[in-house]
Design a protein around this ligand. Structure first.
Ligand SMILES: [Zn+2]
Length: 400
């Protein structure tokens, strides 16, 4: 099988994860792909192939030389819960002409997505407009398989120990919690889960969350004068105490934000949940202080106990840890440059499985896949860019 065959086979297998379950995997159907991958790994000659009870597929391709180095490659199997990944019908466009691509009721328009024009003459794989494609992250899986195929077909090329893992539930931020970095036993690793083929991401957000609860005083509105405390209105006031410019819609690149995810309220009680994000840990502390100060202000104004907040830390920016042992970054940069490409470093405005793994002691930056516009019907992949990623993975794993 070749790269495109792997990719088309995997995107047709439904692996949507689901929000609000307490099992890993969140959906049993992720095992359908896990089993197919385990079989493909076996055909490619890998050893020690396992599917864990949490649907994590692991395998090893031992070094064919004296190298002791163990490099991990990971990609996730699930697609987002928010948009259908069922019955995916990939649509292949060869020699793309740079015009609008019509897909049922939607269109991929270069005016809206100008980078399409850079892909003129290339092979695009799109959706039929009704589902996601699942290039996020089955492009990553297919790229890894194609690298393994290369080493199967070219036994004379020396490579290091290659440790593979395909994981569930990345899209709901859960699957990686069940990952056993000790058993995986790599010196460092890469997630293959980005966009541009030449991307190396190792800066992600530091993340925290804040739940806010306002206790009001519900009194008949006809006799409320001087007494009623309307929790919904107080919650709106709480929100107004936070900096307006620090919202997702006003920030980009290295700017952090506070994002109001949900609010619910009545007179007696109102609740809100926020996520806080910043590349700088120091600035994230400042954001947390804004919440603490807003809470104190409300309690001073409306009485002790009116406002309660619960701040929680989530994942950390992997940069600080990777800077202490940047071998993984150096190797990726060298590989990309050896091929005559230019590495591109983009800060991730989110988290990655690699952020968790890095915290768990396994340095894991993220590489590109050649897939774009993830998480919706506009998703597509560029075959030539995926081929470039395969070359980069081969180069990273090559013994030097
Ligand atoms: Zn992904």
């Amino acid at each position: 099988m070749e790269l495109l065959d792997y990719f088309l086979k995997y995107v047709k297998i439904d692996t949507m994860s689901a929000e609000n379950t307490d099992t890993i995997p969140s959906t049993n159907k992720q095992f359908d792909l896990a089993k197919v991958l385990a079989k493909d790994l076996e055909d490619l000659g890998l050893e020690n192939i396992k599917i864990s009870k949490n649907c994590i597929v692991t395998a090893v391709l031992k070094s064919n030389c004296n190298s002791k180095l163990k490099i991990g490659f990971l990609a996730h199997m699930d697609t987002i819960p928010g948009f259908s990944g069922t019955n995916v019908k990939p649509n292949i466009i060869k020699n793309y002409d740079g015009n609008i691509i019509k897909l049922n009721k939607i269109e991929l328009n270069p005016k809206q997505f100008p980078f399409l024009l850079d892909l003129k003459g290339k092979t695009l794989i799109t959706t039929d407009g009704t589902t996601v494609l699942g290039a996020d992250d089955k492009a990553g899986i297919a790229n890894i398989m194609a690298m393994l195929k290369y080493y199967k077909d070219n036994k004379d090329i020396k490579h290091v120990n290659i440790h593979i893992a395909f994981t569930p539930d990345e899209e709901i931020g859960a699957g990686i919690q069940a990952f056993d970095t000790k058993a995986f036993d790599a010196d460092y690793a890469y997630t293959v889960d980005g966009g541009y083929y030449n991307e190396i991401n190792y800066e992600n957000f530091n993340a925290a969350s804040c739940n806010v609860k306002i206790h009001g005083l519900d009194i008949h509105p006809g006799s409320a004068k001087g007494q009623m405390k309307n929790a919904s209105l107080i919650l709106m006031e709480f929100n107004s105490l936070l900096p307006v410019n620090e919202r997702p819609e006003y920030t980009d690149m290295y700017d952090g934000f506070n994002h109001l995810c949900e609010m619910k309220g009545a007179v007696g009680e109102a609740i809100a949940s926020y996520i806080l994000r910043n590349h700088s840990l120091k600035l994230l502390e400042k954001q947390k202080n804004d919440f603490i100060n807003a809470c104190e202000f409300i309690n001073k104004k409306y009485g002790k106990g009116t406002c309660e907040i619960e701040l929680k830390d989530s994942y950390l920016n992997m940069k600080e840890l990777i800077d202490k042992d940047p071998r993984c970054i150096d190797r990726a940069i060298n590989a990309i440059k050896n091929l005559g490409f230019t590495p591109s470093f983009l800060p991730i405005r989110g988290g990655t499985d690699g952020a968790w793994l890095t915290q768990m002691g396994l340095n894991t930056p993220n590489l590109g896949t050649g897939g774009y516009n993830c998480h919706g019907p506009y998703e597509f992949a560029c075959l030539e860019e995926m081929e470039n990623v395969v070359k980069i993975l081969i180069e990273i794993a090559k013994e030097r």
